[in-house]
Design a protein around this ligand. Structure first.
Ligand code: NAP
Length: 264
């Protein structure tokens, strides 16, 4: 088949962790890829590996999506290609584990530019094209942290609440258009995320962490069936559900404070 006619997925943060595992699932199913991250070496190595193993076409864009104008530049680059993007996966994101009173506002600004602004810009640009073609699927990666306030990760958790609500509202708007939007909300997962967030001593990072391949599979299946909200793992589904059943916000906050506390 002409490579330009093959289905194509654009995945941000595809060089490692959950994004890499998602890219592998698309590749195994014969979907060509545009993979995005900051470090070019890793993207180049994935391109060589996947093209050889799966016979798909892999293009990459090495850019920092937190920088102003970069999400639009990525969209413009895609527009100039002979293919169209059928699947958009907004996965790139990071956290910062420390009290707000000790945080660097520049880090928060950068984190929100990536977790919130880049995701919103890419979704908004691509969904318009998808609706025009009456075809397309979007997967936005949120977090279990989206369901309640999380002390020590106040800005990160709030950014993921934004991702969840934005995506769920979009899901409803898209009914009947042939396009879907799904949010994936995993609990702590064994990737580079914990180290980058500096949450090595966080209580919720001490137990067994989810396998990124399993998280990606749950998200991928959810995306394909146009699910609203995917929480991988039964225990985590119950946790997500229980936040909505809490009799008071104070109790919810007290539990979240305990779960996210610093351990010795
Ligand atoms: N792991 C967890 O515990 C967990 C739990 C819930 C939700 N999540 C969410 O899952 C998503 C994926 O995280 P992960 O766990 O797979 O983390 P990860 O292993 O740190 O991977 C992050 C990916 O994003 C890329 N990236 C980071 N900053 C970027 C930027 N400014 N511009 C473009 N690409 C960038 C990284 O590549 P470069 O460094 O080369 O840019 C990498 O490919 C995130 O949205 C995260 O919030 C993670």
């Amino acid at each position: 088949m002409n490579q330009a006619l093959k289905p194509r997925a654009l995945i941000t943060g595809a060089s490692g962790g959950i994004g890499y595992e998602l890219a592998k699932l698309f590749a195994k199913d014969g979907t060509s890829l545009v993979i995005v991250a900051r470090q070019e070496d890793q993207l180049r190595a994935i391109k060589a590996d996947f093209e050889q193993q799966y016979g798909i076409q892999v293009d990459y864009q090495a850019l920092d999506l937190s920088q102003p104008g970069q999400p639009q530049a990525l969209y413009d680059w895609c527009q100039a290609q002979p293919f169209q993007v059928d699947f958009l996966v907004n996965n790139a994101g990071y956290g910062d584990y420390r009290p707000v009173a000790q945080a660097d506002p520049a880090v928060y600004e950068n984190m929100l530019a990536l977790n919130v602004v880049a995701l919103t810009t890419l979704t908004t640009l691509f969904v318009q094209q998808m609706v025009k073609h009456q075809q397309g699927r979007i997967l936005n990666v949120g977090s279990l942290a989206a369901f309640q306030p999380v002390p020590q990760m106040a800005a990160y958790a709030a950014s993921k609440s934004y991702v969840m609500h934005f995506t769920e509202a979009l899901h409803a708007e898209l009914r009947g258009t042939g396009v879907s939007a799904t949010v994936l909300n995993p609990n702590v997962t064994k990737t580079g995320f914990v180290a980058r967030a500096g949450m090595g001593k966080a209580a919720n990072a001490q137990g067994k962490q989810l396998d990124p391949a399993q998280v990606a599979r749950a998200g991928y299946q959810g995306l394909l069936r146009g699910a609203l909200n995917v929480v991988p793992g039964w225990g985590n589904k119950l946790l997500a559900l229980s936040t909505g059943l809490m009799p008071s916000r104070r109790l919810l906050l007290a539990i979240a404070t305990r779960v996210s506390r610093v351990t010795k």
